[in-house]
Design a protein around this ligand. Sequence first.
Ligand SMILES: [Zn+2]
Length: 95
Amino acid sequence: MKDCGDTTYSEDMEDFKIRIKSSQSFAMKIDTLLHEYAHCLTWFGAESELEDHSGEWGLTYARLYRKFIEWDYGKNQKKRKRAVGPLPSQKEFDF
Ligand SMILES: [Zn+2]
């Protein structure tokens, strides 16, 4: 594999395969995964036949990246649950 990763589509299996170069850092693997996943999501898009990294792909990549950053490994969801959720013995808040 010459690049950081690649994506292929099997028409027989109707499935995608993403490969990520294992020698990269964890952060680069995440970056590559999001990059390749954007290819999957735009594979059958209107611009996919024109170029690999079309505007459609770029917008999808940006949206995935933003969602990933907002998700932040689920850290904020856990904090939010603890901050506003009822105690384990409560079904609802008392107020
Ligand atoms: Zn690419």
